[in-house]
Design a protein around this ligand. Structure first.
Ligand SMILES: *[C@@H]1O[C@H](CO)[C@@H](O)[C@H](O)[C@H]1NC(C)=O
Ligand SMILES: *[C@@H]1O[C@H](CO)[C@@H](O)[C@H](O)[C@H]1NC(C)=O
Ligand SMILES: *[C@@H]1O[C@H](CO)[C@@H](O)[C@H](O)[C@H]1NC(C)=O
Ligand SMILES: *[C@@H]1O[C@H](CO)[C@@H](O)[C@H](O)[C@H]1NC(C)=O
Length: 326
């Protein structure tokens, strides 16, 4: 379309050029009417010139046309390029818009990150302060711990010493307890004493045959340690020691003799005796005593043959006690 306009414009220009040539000649014709004859002659010369001129014009015109065609091709090419460039520019503009949007977003992000960074930096500064304060506290704590540890060590040493002392005291205590126990046992064992009379109740003569037999003193006054047995008449030695024994026999209105002896195990040790007690001599008393070394388990008793009296006055008795352990 533009090409055609351009071509038309070119034709118009060409026509104008031709007209002007005509005008120039007509001017000359009109300007000097007096030389009309002269002018008509040279007009023959002029038409020769015009022919040359027109040939030139045509050549020029052809050249121009070629140029125009050439330029139109170039123009089309340029137009195409412009179109391509336009679309490129458009693309680039779109891309640019996108990039701008992205950049804006990125800037916002950067700003946000900056703010966050600042906040973090502040937090970091506070945290560092906190850490340094914590470190100070820690140092103080460590010192304190060290002190406490030292105290604990000292206390541990004291405790160990106390333990040693305590175990020593415990040992002493154990020894003392054993001693006390022993002494108590000894004291208990040492308490040995008994005393008994013949009849638990009533009165009368106990009469045996001529053979000695054990008298059972049934009325117990004292029996510390319970080593005298009132059912058998035997005293049994609980410890090795030195003992004292004594016995008394009473005679009353008896036609029999009275014979008594103190027996250690099966050995007769000491004796008493009395003759008959008729109405002229109705009452007699006899007694004896002995200190004996006894072993643990030795037995001591009083034996009788014939007759002996006892009554509510407890005239016939058997007594003994430990003098000391040995
Ligand atoms: C017409 O005249 C002018 C001067 O007035 C000149 O320059 C021009 O070349 C002339 N044209 C022709 C075709 O001779
Ligand atoms: C007109 O013609 C005269 C001679 O006749 C010439 O001298 C003059 O230059 C011409 N004018 C033009 C404009 O050609
Ligand atoms: C610093 O310590 C204070 C308390 O002492 C606490 O409230 C704060 O959160 C701590 N700050 C940081 C960043 O640790
Ligand atoms: C024997 O002792 C009794 C008391 O038990 C007494 O009454 C009596 O006179 C004594 N006999 C002699 C001969 O001494």
């Amino acid at each position: 379309m533009n090409m055609r306009t351009f071509m038309a414009l070119l034709m118009v220009l060409l026509l104008c050029h031709l007209c002007r040539a005509q005008i120039n000649s007509s001017d000359n014709d009109s300007s000097d009417e007096t030389d009309l004859a002269d002018t008509q002659r040279p007009s023959i010369e002029g038409s020769e010139d015009d022919l040359v001129l027109q040939t030139d014009i045509w050549v020029e015109l052809l050249a121009l046309r070629d140029l125009v065609v050439e330029q139109s091709v170039e123009l089309r090419y340029l137009k195409d390029r412009v179109t391509v460039l336009d679309s490129l520019v458009e693309d680039l503009q779109k891309e640019n818009t996108v990039m701008e949007a992205r950049m804006t977003a990125a800037e916002i992000l950067v700003e946000e990150l900056q703010m966050k960074n600042d906040a973090q930096a502040r937090d970091l500064a506070i945290a560092q302060q906190n850490i340094s304060s914590i470190q100070e506290t820690l140092t103080v704590c460590e010192l304190h711990v060290e002190e406490v540890e030292k105290q604990q060590e000292a206390q541990a040493r004291e405790l160990a010493a106390a333990h040693l002392e305590l175990s020593a005291i415990r040992e002493t205590l154990t020894v003392n307890e054993l001693r006390v126990e022993m002494l108590e046992k000894q004291r208990e064992v040492v308490k040995v004493a008994f005393s008994a009379s013949l009849l638990a109740s009533g009165e009368g003569n106990i009469e045996y045959g001529s053979e000695f037999a054990t008298l059972i003193f049934r009325n117990v006054f004292t029996n510390t340690g319970n080593h005298y047995n009132p059912n058998t008449g035997y005293f049994t030695a609980p410890v090795r020691g030195v003992y004292y024994f004594r016995f008394t026999g009473h005679m009353a209105y008896s036609e029999k003799y009275m014979r008594m002896r103190l027996v250690k195990n099966s050995n007769a040790m000491v004796f008493i005796g009395d003759c008959k007690t008729p109405s002229t001599d109705p009452e007699d008393n006899a007694s004896n005593g002995v200190v004996l070394q006894l072993e643990v388990g030795d037995v001591v008793s009083v034996q009788l043959s014939d007759s002996v009296w006892d009554d509510q006055y407890h005239r016939t008795t058997f007594s003994g006690f430990l003098l000391f352990p040995s």
